[in-house]
Unconditional design. Structure first.
Length: 246
């Protein structure tokens, strides 16, 4: 992963760029990475936009071809990639680092990065996965409407080489991807759970317009969040539940 690296000055979205590349006739090798200094139409989850100050942050996409994974294992790829980013950043940031379900990278109660994985399916298998990753590295300030965003620089008060962090993430993606390929699903699932923000803690959530206290007790194989409250367990998808930080 990352041997074949293309760096662009400016692009709409590295995910879009990779997708277009794939639809052209020339084959694109697995592990290809498209990195951009700036994106003018960066995309986040749930149709959100992804903003990053040009040149300061990591925005890149990795092409994987996990044809060994069936559609029902899509969330295992999400887990493996989340763990890869986590493991790459952990030596720098230590314990405050967490994975916020489903695939946000958090430090304390703030978002440091996220990912947008777009799978191209063929029959019941995943033919290609466009793994888009955005990590706030050297950005000093965030606009008030950026919500709970932070950067490595805001945490450690130092600038970092984007290339170095990219290389670490790529190495870790390769390692976790090989675990998936080797069928070590239980290891990936268990490690993911142990890195999870708010896991096994009594916290406040909102679902269906109602606030309640509950505890994240697990994540289903298919990626649904399991929250227990009043001795019952409920499952939620991304649109159905909100974490309340107050
Ligand atoms: C999220 O947290 O909502 C996901 C953010 C994903 C952003 C990355 S930046 C590189 C790649 N290209 C995009 O347009 N999005 C992803």
């Amino acid at each position: 992963v990352g041997q074949n690296l293309l760096t662009l000055k400016e692009v709409d979205s590295t995910n879009n760029f990779l997708k277009t590349l794939l639809s052209n006739s020339k084959p694109v090798p697995e592990g290809t990475v498209i990195m951009a200094e700036s994106q003018f139409a960066g995309r986040g989850q749930q149709n959100n936009q992804w903003h990053a100050e040009p040149g300061k942050n990591l925005t890149f996409s990795v092409l994987l071809k996990p044809s060994f994974l069936s559609i029902s294992a899509q969330f295992d790829l999400t887990r493996a990639i989340s763990l890869s980013v986590y493991d790459a950043l952990c030596p720098l940031l230590g314990d405050g680092l967490k994975i916020k379900w489903p695939n946000d990278i958090y430090y304390g109660d703030k978002k440091l990065g996220g990912m947008l994985i777009e799978n191209i399916l063929q029959g019941s298998q995943i033919k290609s996965a466009i793994v888009g990753i955005g990590i706030n590295v050297n950005q000093d300030n965030f606009p008030p409407d950026a919500g709970k965003a932070t950067s490595i620089k805001q945490i450690l008060h130092k600038d970092y080489q984007l290339r170095d962090i990219l290389a670490e993430i790529c190495n870790n993606i390769e390692a976790h991807y090989l675990s998936l390929k080797a069928g070590k699903l239980n290891l990936v699932r268990e490690t993911y759970l142990n890195r999870l923000y708010w896991y096994n803690q009594q916290k406040r959530f909102r679902a269906n317009g109602t606030e309640f206290e509950g505890t994240i007790s697990g994540v289903k194989d298919n990626g649904l969040l399991v929250v227990s409250h009043n001795n019952t367990e409920s499952t939620f998808n991304l649109k159905e539940i909100e974490f309340l930080n107050h």
